[in-house]
Design a protein around this ligand. Structure first.
Ligand code: TYC
Length: 103
């Protein structure tokens, strides 16, 4: 049987449509000091890239100044940025990683 709340919950959900999460690009920036191998390992470890893809992304950053590591919801993007920044600081490298809205 119907407890009487179901219909109003359906109507409320019709009014208040669920929006997909906004997406954020996570970028790494080039610098003159961070070793290429460290950047490749970061891309494999934190962004799930295979070694070949990681190497291509690293070289694009090296040549063009910045590059996209991945696109995520805001929470995940901010966590990736913090993980990369922590790993870089631990290793003593100046590598910079940032998140920006994808649109
Ligand atoms: N430019 C660095 C070097 O020549 C390599 C590098 C690539 C650094 C990507 C940072 O995000 C970066 N050792």
């Amino acid at each position: 049987h119907d407890d009487g709340q179901g219909a109003s919950l359906v109507v409320e959900r019709q009014r208040q449509r669920v929006q997909p999460p906004r997406l954020y690009r996570v970028l790494m920036l080039n610098d003159d000091y961070t070793p290429m191998e460290f950047v490749v390992e970061v891309l494999q470890h934190f962004f799930g890239k295979d070694r070949e893809t990681a190497t291509q992304i690293m070289l694009k950053i090296h040549l063009e100044g910045k590059g996209i590591c991945g696109v995520y919801s805001r929470d995940v993007a901010e966590t990736k940025v913090q993980q990369v920044m922590d790993a870089a600081q631990q290793a003593g490298h100046p590598l910079q990683c940032v998140a920006e809205p994808a649109d």
